[in-house]
Design a protein around this ligand. Structure first.
Ligand code: SF4
Length: 207
């Protein structure tokens, strides 16, 4: 918790995840793979102006039109196929509604999400945490870098081992996991760069 407290004291609340609905959050989680958030926002802006930000409408649109609409997010053909795979899952299993997932337990939902083509652990857990408010810690490259540089974990450890570290050392608190992940992304972007980390000015220097 030392890292969390230090980051929260320095950066304050991050107000994640930007998105008006659980569906929009899930779409953003898929679009943000291998790109930055500015590009995702442009792609989501295109989807919004074409009124495609609903499961039924996006499911019905041809793949080629969807790909063209999300072009700013990069890898747009691959991501259009991934969105369509996710929409199949959502339409078939839940008639397009996140509300119908509410009664389902988290581990069953996670297994199902991981079975969708193109959804790996980071995307599945982002959807669970930020769209469905489940207490699941999201691990990403920033988290791995910060923890390994502070000698807490080996960088090569698998996703589940990193996640296990958070799940075993923190209470299962959705709001805490939300904020903590967002803060790790913030420190990773600003200070903990892949090369030449800016430790001298970083709030985690000496932690
Ligand atoms: S920049 Fe340095 S002090 Fe900051 S998180 Fe990275 S390794 Fe730690």
């Amino acid at each position: 918790m030392g890292i969390y407290r230090k980051l929260y004291a320095d950066f304050g609340p991050q107000h994640w995840w930007p998105g008006d609905t659980p569906f929009e959050v899930a779409v953003g989680a898929i679009l943000t793979q291998n790109t930055n958030w500015d590009n995702v926002e442009r792609a989501i802006g295109n989807l919004r102006s074409k009124r495609l930000l609903s499961a039924r409408k996006m499911h019905a649109v041809p793949d080629s039109e969807l790909a063209e609409t999300i072009r700013p997010a990069g890898y747009f053909n691959v991501k259009a196929r991934r969105l369509k795979a996710f929409l199949e899952f959502l339409m078939e299993g839940y008639r397009g509604s996140f509300k119908r997932m509410e009664g389902e337990d988290t581990s069953s939902l996670r297994e199902k999400l991981l079975g969708v083509n193109g959804i790996g652990p980071e995307t599945a857990d982002s959807i669970l945490l930020y769209a469905l408010q489940r207490p699941v810690f999201v691990i990403d490259a920033y988290t791995k870098r910060v923890l390994s540089r502070h000698g807490i974990m080996e960088h090569e450890e698998p996703y589940e081992v990193f996640q296990g570290h958070f799940h075993s050392s923190l209470k299962p608190d959705m709001q805490l996991y939300n904020e903590y992940h967002a803060l790790l992304v913030r420190v990773g972007k600003i200070y903990c760069r892949p090369r030449k980390p800016l430790c001298g000015s970083c709030p985690l220097d000496g932690v």
